[in-house]
Ligand binder design. Structure first.
Ligand SMILES: [Zn+2]
Length: 282
């Protein structure tokens, strides 16, 4: 078995970098990478790359902070058409982001970003359900103050009203608390951990108690020019570090963590897991 990175954005790197990124991933036993689109155009690139590189699988969606207004009928039609492609394995990246600088931007037509995001999230969950796709979603809170947290309540409302768990999914780059992690599992979702597991106490607490069949791993890698040392940019190969931390927390071997989390990801991908299974068992 190999690792699967369930959420990355390496489609955004310079295409000359892809070969090196994939090689470093392969050397760290990452056999498959799900690349998530953040706009319609970016989603199209994910679908194209997934058809060119066997180790890449695609997610399609419009990220809440990349919305420029309400999703248009043309956006929905494009996402719907892409979601039918067999290389598309998840609806992602979609979700809710209530950071202040996101909500403060002027909106077209005067609607609120809170409403625009909720409607776009709901519409994209509808596309996912139509195609039987799991929803891998983003929830980002306004700040560190739990009292001021409006993003999770807003996300729960959409997830529940639209029956998003019907085909499963995952809370990507999970940064919430133990209570939220448990609620996700109760609802039928996976919890996806990334590098913050290495340093955040509350994530380590959640990772210690969650059912082992509900944890998946991701890098969320994207180009990080703000880090001067190129080798410090997060890449899919960093999954091995996240897995080592999880192994330490759970008192398991890294090999065990790999097998369990990869099986979980394959379960999540459901009907569209065939290509990933071949890559991971190869
Ligand atoms: Zn992402």
């Amino acid at each position: 078995m190999k690792f699967i990175d369930v959420h990355a954005h390496i489609q955004q790197h310079d295409s000359a970098e892809l070969g090196g990124i994939l090689q470093r991933a392969a050397e760290a036993s990452v056999g498959a990478i799900v690349i998530a689109g953040v706009t319609v155009v970016d989603s199209r690139r994910c679908v194209e790359l997934a058809s060119q590189y066997p180790q890449l699988l695609a997610g399609v969606g419009v990220h809440p902070t990349d919305l420029t207004g309400p999703l248009t009928a043309a956006d929905v039609a494009s996402l719907d058409e892409m979601a039918a492609d067999r290389n598309v394995v998840v609806m992602s990246e979609v979700g809710i982001d209530h950071q202040q600088h996101v909500l403060e931007r002027p909106t077209p037509g005067g609607a609120s970003w809170v409403d625009i995001q909720a409607e776009a999230f709901q519409a994209q969950i509808g596309i996912a359900r139509k195609h039987g796709l799991p929803v891998v979603f983003h929830v980002r809170e306004p700040g560190d103050d739990p009292e001021a947290n409006s993003a999770w309540p807003a996300a729960w409302q959409v997830l529940r009203e639209s029956n998003a768990a019907e085909h499963g999914g995952a809370a990507h780059y999970f940064q919430g608390d133990v209570t939220t992690a448990k609620a996700l599992v109760d609802e039928g979702f996976m919890v996806s951990f990334a590098r913050p597991l290495l340093r955040l106490r509350r994530l380590q607490e959640a990772a210690a108690i969650l059912p082992m069949d509900r944890i998946v791993l991701e890098s969320d890698s994207y180009p990080q020019p703000f880090k001067k040392d190129r080798m410090k940019w997060t890449e899919p190969w960093h999954l091995s570090e996240v897995a080592s931390k999880l192994a330490e927390i759970r008192g398991m071997t890294v090999q065990d963590v790999m097998e369990r989390t990869s099986e979980n990801a394959l379960t999540m991908l459901g009907d569209r897991s065939d290509a990933a299974r071949k890559l991971l068992e190869n």
